[in-house]
Design a protein around this ligand. Sequence first.
Ligand code: FAD
Length: 287
Amino acid sequence: MRIADLYAANDGPVFSLEFFTPKSEAGRKALFRAIGRLKAIEPGFASITCGAAGTTRERTADLAIELQNELGITTMAHLVCTGTTQAELDETLRHMQANGIENILALRGDPPKGATDWAPVEGGFRHANELAAFIRERFSLGLGGACYPEKHHEAASLEADIEHLKLKVDAGVEFLITQLFFDNDKYWRFVEEIRAEGIAVPVVPGIMPVLSLTNLQRIASLSPGTSIPSELEDALRAAGDDDDASLAAGVRFAAKQCRELLANGAPGIHFYTLNRSKATLRTVAEL
Ligand code: FAD
């Protein structure tokens, strides 16, 4: 199933789930337990990140194939340009297409750990729009892309970032998933600005129910430029060391965010699950 068709069907909000490839057997078992529980929300699709500067590419592809073929969940594999040649990308794409994967999230990727600047490898791509064009030319696959309501941290301005985003959509990206955000106004302003620039594809809000104040601080350090509403920070601070109270505060905030987004016409919610089920399940239950 092409994910773009799910949004086009306009058949109610599409809930989707993002997972990362586990590093150990214990992590793998925990992931499958979490997915087993998350099936209750009838996800439209699951997506699998590509970590460590592209080095999980094959594991990402194999996990996506396994989830789709064995659990029957439409799956989208993230594919990054970081550290990867065109020939390697081509090989992975062929492997996925041959095994039934129909959707790819085309990304430039984060720099390798420890590096501050991003650089392409010899024979690789520099930007996600180049990867999207490559896939569109050679494969029959559904394509998503990333976007940043609060601007990608390397972009000189939001306007410049949106100009680049337009290149990505013009190259064949059919829907966009946002970086996580906590301020819905930023999402709506962004959607308005990109529509004014002629970008018409669905923009799916990426939401992460926060588990604790420490979790929020970590997110803030990993996602530079993300606005943190004082309402959320204060609620988590008030919960202190009480894990249940922290989770309840994070879920309450995420559920309020999702309710407002869906009530105002967002096409769905993409949950950053961190391979866990509880926060996402509770958030959806509160909608
Ligand atoms: P691009 O679209 O290439 O943009 C990167 C920067 O370059 C931006 O500042 C943009 O304005 C600029 N730019 C874009 N095109 C051009 C151009 N043609 N000319 C000049 N400038 C240009 N990272 C991972 O490593 N693995 C993952 O699995 C992963 N999953 C993600 C999922 C989502 C939903 C999101 C939002 C992000 C994800 N990321 C992931 C993070 C992402 O890889 C980083 O944010 C990365 O820095 C940018 O990737 P991009 O695809 O948005 O890049």
